[in-house]
Design a binder for this molecule. Structure first.
Ligand SMILES: Nc1ncnc2c1ncn2[C@@H]1O[C@H](COP(=O)(O)OP(=O)(O)O)[C@@H](O)[C@H]1O
Ligand SMILES: [Mg+2]
Length: 251
């Protein structure tokens, strides 16, 4: 069953064509990686899929509803969330407060925020259980900026997961962390998704070990077009695609 569908998406920035007729369907339960060289249109595609950018033409549907340009708040209510690198936005908040922002948003209680939160058992119980899923249970009172880089990444992802979306989009969840930490992050992420009932994960990722190790499907973009869309084994067997998209160093 198709959860998220983009049909013939074109996106121009002035005269620059960033997406040139992209069609993509993502089903329930799929872990899809979007790959491609710099400038291929990956970030633009994620921004269009998450309603942050309205495409110049084409349609984006989530669970059958047209969501082109509707914005992240409305999309989160419908059941799609993305990691937003909140750790950079709220460096002074504690780990607990950072996740609480997402929990509050989910409960429609953002306006009252922290002052009224001391006695809010339901919010803090949920904050604790999400934090524990990501191994952050002992860090709730720490300022987010004091976390090691790998834990900052997990906090970013945890905040998006706290929205209990059906589909989650992650822009390079493992960038800037060591190879060993990358696999640890992905293991935690996949297990947390299963525990929280998140159906589909879409990630932009550069690390090909991660891409080929965790994806059910890989979508390769090149110059704003879908160059390949298939199972990891299918892409790996295609030398031309591997050379273009992954680059010589990895081909
Ligand atoms: N805000 C913008 N204004 C103008 N051009 C942009 C903007 N964002 C991206 N581009 C251009 O669109 C193309 C795709 O960019 P992007 O989606 O960031 O690719 P990727 O994430 O794959 O590196 C590139 O040519 C880039 O220079
Ligand atoms: Mg990008």
């Amino acid at each position: 069953m198709t959860l998220l569908e983009a049909v013939d998406i074109r996106m121009f920035y002035g005269s620059v064509c960033a997406l040139d007729g992209v069609t993509l369907r993502i089903g329930r339960g799929e872990f899809v990686s979007i790959i491609g060289p710099n400038g291929a249109g990956k970030t633009t595609l994620v921004n269009v899929l998450t309603g942050l950018l309205a495409p110049t033409s084409g349609t984006v549907r989530f669970k059958g509803e047209d969501v082109g340009g509707v914005g992240p708040v409305r999309l989160a209510r419908l059941g799609m969330a993305r990691a937003f690198q909140l750790v950079n936005v709220f460096p002074a908040l504690t780990v607990g407060e950072t996740i609480a922002v997402a929990v509050l948003a989910r409960l429609g209680r953002g306006a009252r925020l922290f002052a009224a939160l001391a006695g809010e058992r339901r919010v803090w119980d949920e904050v604790r259980s999400v934090a524990e899923l990501f191994g952050l249970g002992d860090t709730l009172a720490r300022p987010a900026r004091t976390l090691p880089q790998g834990d900052k990444k997990l906090l970013d992802v945890a905040s998006a997961f706290a929205l209990h979306p059906e589909v989650i989009l992650l822009d390079e969840p493992t960038s800037g962390v060591s190879t060993a930490d990358k696999h640890a992050i992905m293991e935690v992420l996949v297990q947390a998704a299963a525990r929280l009932g998140i159906h589909s994960i879409i990630q932009v990722e550069h690390d090909m070990d991660i891409v080929f190790g965790y994806s059910d499907r890989i979508v390769a973009l090149h110059q704003g077009r879908v160059l390949a869309d298939g199972r990891p084994a299918e892409l790996q067997a295609n030398d031309a695609v591997m050379a273009t998209v992954v680059g010589r160093a990895h081909a």
